[in-house]
Design a protein around this ligand. Structure first.
Ligand SMILES: [Zn+2]
Length: 311
């Protein structure tokens, strides 16, 4: 049986062997091709990754140099440019930092800054005025006296909470205290303590205005304010609303606008919390001057302000 079957088996096995060999060869070729394909792909991915890493590192290095050039050229950047090419982390930075730094150093040529100052409040109209300032994203400085009622207390807090400067204009606004410096400083300190208690601030702004301006005061009182490390400001633009019958709002607005155009840094005296006409003038003033590139800032202790009496 075996002898008879063996040749048959050999003849039948040959095509099987050939088929097996051919299939093995094809399999080996496929494996080799797959390996080659895989190796090429891995190499491509690796190269791509390398390029991405190189690109991002060059972007990082250009970003790290960007803020320097923007700080130098900040005055030449228009709002439109700033929108299309926002500097890195611009949202966190104070866009007015350069102007504030120039105010501190006294480098104010062509700076276009307006300090709106509101004296003798708070009053029942302070909220209306604060709403106006908010609407225009404008900051102001409130030289308050001491008003111990619920509305006034709420207004002292709003002034601080909304980014304006809460400044000191003495508690009583009593000119006779200039003759008694000790009593005068007690009056100043009473308001300082009151403002701290109401607002919860650890320190007040230490920005001061003498009732009636520094020329109504005297050297002893001015020297005392300077000695305690406070700053004081008079004004170089007046709204003309200090009299009992102030001019109409369009006249006041025009006076303020023309006055501000004469200075790089303007300090505007007004009693807009008390006088309806100067309050109504504020939107005209702010809109007109903002369109001309002026910014409305809150006072800080370290800036330089116009003073009528120096010591
Ligand atoms: Zn006053």
């Amino acid at each position: 049986m075996r002898k008879k079957n063996t040749p048959k088996l050999k003849i039948k096995s040959l095509p099987r062997f050939l088929t097996f060999s051919a299939m093995s060869l094809i399999l080996i070729v496929m494996i080799v091709m797959s390996l080659f394909f895989l190796t090429t792909k891995i190499a491509e991915i690796f190269n791509a990754q390398k390029q991405i890493l190189q690109t991002s590192s060059s972007v990082n290095s250009s970003e790290s140099t960007a803020p320097k050039s923007e700080t130098v050229n900040v005055n030449n950047i228009t709002n439109q440019n700033a929108k299309t090419n926002p500097p890195p982390q611009a949202n966190d930075a104070d866009p007015l930092a350069d102007i504030k730094s120039r105010l501190r150093s006294g480098d104010t040529d062509g700076i276009k800054v307006v300090f709106l100052t509101f004296d003798d409040g708070p009053s029942e109209n302070t909220g209306e005025l604060l709403d106006m300032l908010n609407e225009y994203d404008a900051q102001g400085t409130f030289f308050t006296t001491l008003h111990d009622n619920d509305n006034a207390k709420a207004m002292y807090r709003r002034i601080v909470d909304e980014g304006h400067t809460l400044a000191n204009h003495t508690s009583s606004h009593d000119y006779s205290l200039y003759n008694d410096p000790q009593a005068f400083f007690a009056d100043v300190d009473l308001l300082d303590q009151f403002q701290k208690t109401i607002t919860g601030q650890k320190e007040t702004s230490h920005v001061f205005r003498f009732p009636g301006g520094s020329t109504n005061s005297n050297e002893a009182c001015v020297q005392g304010i300077v000695n305690r490390g406070w700053n004081y400001s008079d004004w170089n633009v007046s709204s003309g609303d200090g009299c009992s019958e102030p001019p109409p709002s369009d006249v006041i607005a025009q006076m303020i606008i023309e006055g501000c155009r004469q200075h790089d840094v303007s300090v505007v005296l007004s009693h807009a919390e008390l006088k309806a006409s100067s309050r109504a003038a504020m939107p005209i003033v702010i809109e007109t001057l903002q369109e001309e590139g002026y910014v409305f800032l809150a006072m800080e202790k370290d800036y330089t302000y116009p003073r009528h009496l120096e010591v």
